[in-house]
Design a protein around this ligand. Structure first.
Ligand code: ASP
Ligand code: MG
Length: 440
């Protein structure tokens, strides 16, 4: 069995949803389809939640009406038969009715998760109505029946696997199974989610859970590119990546893939393929355990990074100093991305300022603290690049007039990371495209 996951833009228009139906029915082996919400829906639901959290019920109601109108016209174009339109109308009534009931009760964190879940519930149900209209045999599997996370928000892969395997055994004549990405139940049994962009994560977890032959992630671009196509003009899709390379790229900013979505597939050696719904014959990117050839595969950028420097000539040499610093970040559950040290100072980066004031306050007794906001991490990723001497000199030659705040080299053999002020990101990405990839 294979897993095929389709993102928001792949199902975001009626003609695209029809195309997805064609793609999933044209397969040699049984398919488990994972769908995101229609593009724009989760953002709209976030906004509805925000308005409700502020007590702005009228604004929230207006947003709900607007979203419903969008779905009304979507359904009209997607479905032709009277009975399927009727069924779809019932689905819209159920989910938009639910949102309107929420308007009347008091808002809470767990209700906001219920709101966010509506997107994937709607997209999968409407897709199934479409499949039925086309007389395509399929079975619908609610993700809330098998996807779960524990008290630390970590997916319970063993439990997910047991539930899914049992369910698939019961439906072993079915060639097409449909489920939702993103949504799950938490340890209290409430509706929860795998964070924004989490449908990729669902796909990888599900693929690992059923030991799928492949986990296909269908988006609107033909694979992972060597550089950010939104910033740099000439980029190209990378044919093959190792799990480690893909994980680094996803973590350090390649938007095509949710950062956590590599480990489940990697753990069970399920190949991941990134494919393009708008160009289904394009090769895309294949991610496997196979280490690829040495050399820089890609450059990725991650924005909104904060650099913190702790300067202390008195304490830095003392052992235990770094541990004390790390403990501050641990206490505030804030992961550190980059770290560089000198004899008198240490710099670290974080990607969230939620706990920043508390962190600074607790770091102050250790020395002088300097904070640089609006930084960007630019990562070069590729097999053995940090152990291939010529790459460092090539990198140095490529970069011109860019104030580099930090460099991380040698942490992993497959990664070299630079930190620059966000205002220099575009220039740096372009210079690297020319210097490293020979593209202007
Ligand atoms: N619909 C969710 C989001 O927009 C999950 C996903 O699309 O992956 O974040
Ligand atoms: Mg996505």
């Amino acid at each position: 069995m294979k897993v095929m996951k389709f993102g928001g833009t792949s199902v975001g228009r009626p003609d695209r949803m029809q195309q997805v139906a064609d793609l999933v029915t044209n397969q040699q082996e049984p398919v488990l389809v994972v769908l995101s919400a229609l593009s724009g829906t989760t953002n709209a639901l976030v906004e509805i939640g925000e308005q409700l959290s502020k007590g702005n019920k009228v604004e929230a109601a207006t947003l709900i009406d607007k979203l419903e109108q969008h779905y009304q016209s979507f359904v009209k174009e997607l479905l032709q038969a009277e009975n399927s339109r009727k069924e779809a109308a019932g689905i819209l009534e159920e989910h938009f009715g639910f949102l309107r009931i929420i308007l009347k009760i008091s808002f809470s964190e767990s209700i906001s998760k219920d709101i966010l879940a509506q997107g994937e519930l709607l997209s999968t149900k409407l897709f199934c109505v479409f499949l039925s209209e086309k007389k395509i045999d399929h079975v619908f599997l609610p993700a809330l029946d098998f996807m779960s996370i524990d008290a630390n928000d970590e997916p319970e892969l063993t439990k997910i696997s047991t539930r899914l395997t049992e369910w698939i055994k019961k439906n072993d004549t079915k060639k097409l199974l449909v489920t939702q990405g993103y949504i799950c139940r938490n340890h209290r049994g409430e509706v929860d989610n795998l964070k924004r962009g989490g449908s990729d994560y669902t796909a990888s977890l599900v693929a690992a859970a059923i030991r799928a032959s492949v986990c296909e992630i269908w988006t609107d671009i033909d694979g992972m590119h060597n550089n950010d196509p939104r910033v740099v003009e000439k980029t190209f899709p990378i044919e093959q990546l190792s799990f480690d390379e893909a994980a680094e790229l996803a973590y350090f900013g390649a938007k095509i893939l949710h950062p956590a979505s590599i480990w489940p597939a990697q753990q069970y050696q399920v190949p991941v393929r990134l494919l393009n719904t708008m160009d289904p014959v394009a090769k895309g990117t294949l991610i496997t355990a196979q280490p690829s050839a040495a050399g820089v595969k890609a450059v990725a950028a991650k924005d909104n990074i904060i650099a913190i420097r702790i300067k202390s000539s008195r304490m830095l040499l003392a052992y235990g100093f770094l541990r004390k610093i790390f403990e501050v970040f641990e206490k505030y559950r804030t992961p550190i991305d980059m770290i560089t040290t000198s004899e008198v100072a240490v710099s670290v980066t974080i990607d969230s300022d939620l706990q920043l004031p508390y962190i600074i306050q607790e770091l102050e007794p250790f020395g002088t603290i300097e904070v640089d906001k609006n930084q960007t991490i630019v990562s070069l990723v590729g097999h053995e690049i940090a152990t291939t001497p010529s790459i460092l000199s090539k990198l140095a030659e490529s970069v011109n007039e860019i104030p580099i705040r930090m460099v991380s080299y040698g942490g992993s053999p497959h990664n070299i990371t630079l930190l620059v002020p966000a205002t220099h990101k575009t220039a740096l990405l372009r210079q690297l495209n020319t210097g490293i990839f020979g593209l202007s």
